[in-house]
Design a binder for this molecule. Structure first.
Ligand SMILES: *Cc1c(COP(=O)(O)O)cnc(C)c1O
Length: 372
């Protein structure tokens, strides 16, 4: 039997296709009633007061940054994320400062606190709940109370995650949170994203920025609108929202499968050279299953796995070392945990339709290669 197992993929069923087909024949196919309903359901699911659905996760980060930051603001963020997190800070004319990570792959919030003590001009922290593992909520709460710092949670990996009774996207201890619905994430709308917040002012600002900064007030004539800010077209379509609604209904069953797969990896790697990034956590949304492996040549390991049909990935290359960031003067930060993480991390296949025999093949193949 020849395998060809990707590290992640979407789960689309007939109900999803039917939901999209139905939305396609409605009178409005772009941002209309389905988008509103999708936003309402995300509020219900996460427990946030407000939600704005947008065209992708990067657009969500961009709009949130325009609403939260001013030009020149200093923002602490993580090198261990997709480019969009720190790019969004730059889109808003602000300046990212990269902070080292903890062993679990999330930004080190204790180091963030040291930076806040040293530099009172730091305005915000952009943290990522990496792999589906939420940022430490107690620590976020403390930092907000003590330093009045703005917190954005990039929950692109984490819809459905929880920590004690706090759900990802509820913004209990942050100003806003973003999701991505790219096909590789825990649920999809093709391309898509969302921002959640409990601030009405932030909600209204982001809502207008999604649509060119245009607003209508009740006393205006029906054909009039006013542009108060320089906004964008980051709208989501109604047929994408219909897909999102259909996927959201199945999200908990997707998560259960992801958690079972994660648990099985944990059990299978016990006592071996393969070290899962953190102890099994039923609150993690397990968008990624990252292990640490020490192997003499990472590229060789990657290629050998790929040649045997085991798709792996590396999340992530340190952003501060990207050529663009180097051209801005980044790259020489001392981030020792990130460096050793980057050396050893590997993301293994995890998605709801991964079969048990496929997972066993992944485990067997990886153990064989590293024990040679
Ligand atoms: C996927 C992702 C994004 C960007 O989302 P898109 O929908 O692809 O624009 C941002 N941050 C993180 C951590 C992501 O994984």
């Amino acid at each position: 039997m020849k395998y060809n197992i990707p590290y992640g993929k979407q789960t689309i069923t007939k109900e999803d296709i039917d939901a999209v087909s139905e939305a396609m024949t409605a009178p409005l196919i772009t941002t209309g009633p389905k988008a509103k309903e999708f936003e309402q359901e995300i509020c219900n699911y996460t427990g946030s007061s407000y939600c704005i659905a947008v065209s992708n996760g990067t657009a969500a980060l961009h709009l949130a940054s325009l609403a939260l930051l001013k030009k020149g603001d200093l923002v602490l963020t993580t090198p261990n994320t997709f480019l969009a997190t720190s790019n969004a800070i730059i889109y808003a004319g602000a300046k990212p400062l990269f902070v080292d990570i903890c062993e679990d792959g999330n930004i080190d919030l204790d180091l963030c606190e040291q930076e806040l003590q040293k530099n009172p001009n730091i305005k915000a922290i952009y943290g990522v709940s990496f792999s589906g593992n939420m940022l430490n909520q107690q620590k976020l709460k403390d930092l907000r109370e003590k330093y009045g710092v703005i917190i954005l949670e990039d929950n692109a990996h984490s819809i459905g995650a929880f920590q004690n009774v706090i759900k990802a996207g509820s913004c209990k201890n942050s100003d806003c949170s973003i999701f991505s619905f790219h096909p590789v994430k825990n649920m999809t709308t093709g391309e898509g994203g969302a921002i959640t917040t409990n601030s009405k002012a932030l909600y209204e600002k982001i809502l207008s920025l999604r649509n060119h900064g245009m607003i209508k007030t009740p006393d205006m004539a029906p054909w009039e609108y006013e542009m108060r800010d320089l906004g964008f077209n980051y709208r989501i379509t109604d047929f994408q929202s219909a897909l999102g609604l259909s996927q959201l209904k199945k999200l908990d069953s997707f998560l259960e499968k992801r958690r079972n797969i994660a648990k099985y990896y944990h059990d299978s790697f016990k006592g071996t050279a393969i070290k899962p990034l953190y102890a099994y956590d039923e609150g993690s949304a397990y968008h990624l299953f990252v292990v640490r492996v020490s192997y003499h040549d990472k590229r060789e390991l990657y290629e050998r796995l790929l040649s045997k049909g085991v798709g792996v990935q590396l999340h992530y290359m340190p952003i501060n070392k990207q050529p663009y960031y180097k051209s801005l003067g980044y790259g020489d930060e001392k981030l020792p945990v990130m460096d050793s993480y980057y050396h050893e991390a590997l993301s293994l296949p995890i998605y709801p339709t991964l079969k048990k025999e496929e997972q066993e093949y992944v485990i067997r193949t990886l153990l064989e290669i590293v024990s040679e």
